[in-house]
Design a protein around this ligand. Structure first.
Ligand code: IDP
Length: 140
């Protein structure tokens, strides 16, 4: 199996409720190593660029409003099959559909305010990591 890196965001609904540590514990318990992490305030431009794949969707404007509504924690996670593993520990997009024990089942407020983001492919992980981190900020 390949050692992979994936990009993760702890979203504003979770930072607002002071859940960064609890979410990080879930990630680490799943075997993911946090090799870069910083708390930032996204700009509107950051949010629109980050979610540009969804720009035609009806929820795009509200999603961008939500992503700039408070601080986020951006992270690089490393591990065997990190992309799939993180998607598993995150749970389904809609917390109503998420499995027991997942981050979204335990913490998400709604399909929009669903506490975490995780890259869905190697290509997107590389793009998303490079957008938020320089190479020297990632220490494996
Ligand atoms: P993912 O985060 O599980 O990969 P995506 O379909 O890529 O899910 O959607 C990106 C984000 O857009 C979701 O995490 C959620 O915050 C938001 N979102 C997705 N679907 C809806 C919706 O139907 N209404 C409102 N927000 C949504």
């Amino acid at each position: 199996m390949a050692l992979e890196r994936t990009f993760s965001i702890i979203k504003p609904d979770a930072t607002r409720r002071n859940l960064t540590g609890k979410i990080n514990a879930k990630l680490e318990e799943a075997g993911l190593r946090i090799v870069a992490q910083k708390r930032i305030q996204m700009t509107r431009e950051n949010a629109e660029t980050f979610y540009s794949v969804h720009k035609e969707r009806p929820f795009f404007g509200e999603l961008c409003d939500f992503m700039v509504s408070g601080p986020v924690v951006v992270q690089v996670l490393e591990g065997e099959n990190a992309i799939m593993k993180n998607r598993e520990v995150m749970g389904a997009t809609n917390p109503a559909d998420a499995d027991e024990g997942t981050i979204r089942k335990e913490f998400a407020e709604s399909i929009e305010a669903n506490s975490v983001h995780g890259s869905d492919s190697q290509a997107n992980a590389a793009i998303e990591i490079a957008y938020f981190f320089s190479g020297s900020e990632i220490v494996g």
